[in-house]
Design a binder for this molecule. Structure first.
Ligand code: ADQ
Length: 454
């Protein structure tokens, strides 16, 4: 069997599993269950520009990482990837801060990665590259003569061609996708928008299977939604329910309902509107005062990007306003923490919650929605409130689907969730669980690698 090589911007090193391990580490571990190579940035910033590849082995997997120098970090990571591509592909043209030197830095890091990775590759390796940081990596590998099967998966949304047109030199970036044998997107909508952009910007018409035929080869675009290890997460939640921490959380609630939100602190996650909606719930439905506590875990993220600093200040202010206005001496309505919480504990907290709030303005998929579902007790489940603009909504119609731009709609959904009878909660959750336990991380890896081998 061919060796699988995974490439991602950040490599989740074996010693980081636990507190840090996010969706990618867990989602992709199935692809490497028979061993393989995981290549990418170490997360370290070095003082020199020539950085060697460092390797560690664990459970049959070689982790090969490379540091970035400060200038590469600023231009490639903070600059082009997170201040141009991230806002663009989340439909936020107004937040784009494009600089030509960042674009150059982005291509230059991709060239450096390609040169280092090419030396590690064996002829039969199947190479699977992840996310918006590394779009040109495949084309750079081809330029170095690499003939291996190359696949790419975009974890974030794609935008309609009219929005993509705003990207300076977008044509070059779009053409880079054509170096891959397979381009995976999270949903049918993203796949349609991607193919449409290729047609409008590059003038290449896809065939009925989404195949793009060019002089250099054939690329196929597929929709392949990422999932979670639902059984593993459910087991974790059942165990965590009995943990000291979950018991502490429950005793602090003194019988009140728990509403939970768990996100990276990112402007795509729709947190300000969510806070506004909670304030409106307490204002418009006084019967919920003293009866609910909302716990928002928003792990700090990308703090070198100014938009993220501004968001943090905004949320600090909003949280203070809500608590200042509604708190009683024995009740704090909103508990807001910006430290990451270990996955084990999160699983227990989801299970303890009556309502899960997942209201991003845009999201490629959103794994928190799936984790919340997997963690529920099917006899007495909570209710998921889900943004229609999360990729997850394509498949999770039995959640309470909301428009995240309308705080009043989120308020109404919260009220509905809090008064929903147990039978309706069970019914909705049974449908949602069926989906999350079928469309798993394992299925995601299997489908993508099968498409890539075809
Ligand atoms: P993210 O934007 O990071 O991922 P998401 O899929 O919700 O979004 O979360 C990733 C993981 O991080 C989840 O496993 C979650 O439990 C964990 N996490 C989130 N907030 C946390 C917190 N505050 N503390 C601890 N852990 C936390 C990107 C795309 C998504 C896409 C994923 C995977 O933006 O749309 O679903 O990749 O493809």
């Amino acid at each position: 069997m061919a060796r699988v090589v995974i490439v991602s911007n950040r490599v989740p090193l074996p010693n980081e599993r636990g507190a840090r391990a996010g969706g990618l580490a867990v989602g992709l571990s199935d692809a490497l269950k028979d061993g393989g190579l995981w290549f990418g940035w170490s997360g370290e910033i070095s003082k020199t520009t020539h950085n060697p590849v460092r390797k560690v082995e664990a459970a049959g997997v070689t982790y090969a990482t490379i540091d970035l120098c400060q200038e590469d970090y600023d231009r490639f990571y903070v600059g082009y990837a997170n201040s141009t591509l991230w806002p663009l592909l989340h439909f936020r043209l107004g937040l784009i801060d494009f600089k030509r030197e960042d674009l150059e830095g982005y291509f230059s890091v991709n060239r450096t990665f390609a040169a280092a990775l090419a030396l590690e590759l064996q002829p039969d390796d199947v190479v699977w590259i992840h996310d918006y940081h590394l779009i040109p990596l495949g084309a750079e590998l081809r330029r170095l003569g690499v003939r291996n099967r190359l696949g790419f998966f975009l974890h974030i949304p794609f935008v309609p061609a009219s929005l993509f047109a705003a990207l300076p030199q977008g044509e070059t970036l779009l053409r880079a996708f054509l170096a891959y044998d397979v381009v995976g997107l999270q949903t049918e909508e993203h796949r349609r928008d991607f193919l449409d952009a290729v047609k409008q910007v590059l003038g290449i018409e896809p065939d009925a299977d989404g195949q793009l035929v060019t002089a250099s080869g054939i690329s196929r675009a597929i929709a392949n939604p990422i999932g979670i290890d639902a059984r593993g997460f459910a087991a974790m939640a059942t165990k965590a329910e009995r943990s000291v921490e979950t018991k502490r959380l429950l005793s602090s609630l003194v019988g009140r309902d728990l509403v939970i939100g768990v996100d990276r602190l990112d402007y795509s996650k729709g947190l300000p509107n969510r806070f506004t909606a909670f304030g409106k719930l307490l204002q418009n439905y006084p019967e919920h005062r003293q009866k609910v506590s909302y716990l928002q875990v928003a792990a700090r993220s990308r703090e070198d990007v100014s938009e993220y600093q501004a968001l943090r200040r905004e949320l600090d202010r909003k949280a203070g306003n809500i608590n200042g206005r509604f708190a009683e001496f024995d009740w704090v309505p909103l508990r807001y923490m910006t430290r990451p919480v270990n996955r084990n504990l999160l699983a227990g907290f989801y299970r303890a919650a009556r309502v899960g709030l997942v209201t991003p303005l845009r999201d490629g998929m959103n794994l928190v929605a799936k984790e919340f579902i997997a963690a529920q007790d099917h006899n007495d489940p909570g209710v998921l409130i889900l943004s229609r603009f999360a990729g997850a909504a394509e498949d999770l119609a039995e959640a309470l689907i909301v428009n995240p731009y309308d705080p009043d709609e989120i308020t109404e959904a919260m009220h509905q969730a809090l008064i929903m009878p147990q039978t309706e909660r069970q019914d909705r959750m049974a449908h949602l669980r069926a989906r999350v336990f079928t469309s798993t991380a394992e299925a995601y890896c299997r489908n993508f690698l099968a498409a890539l081998a075809a």
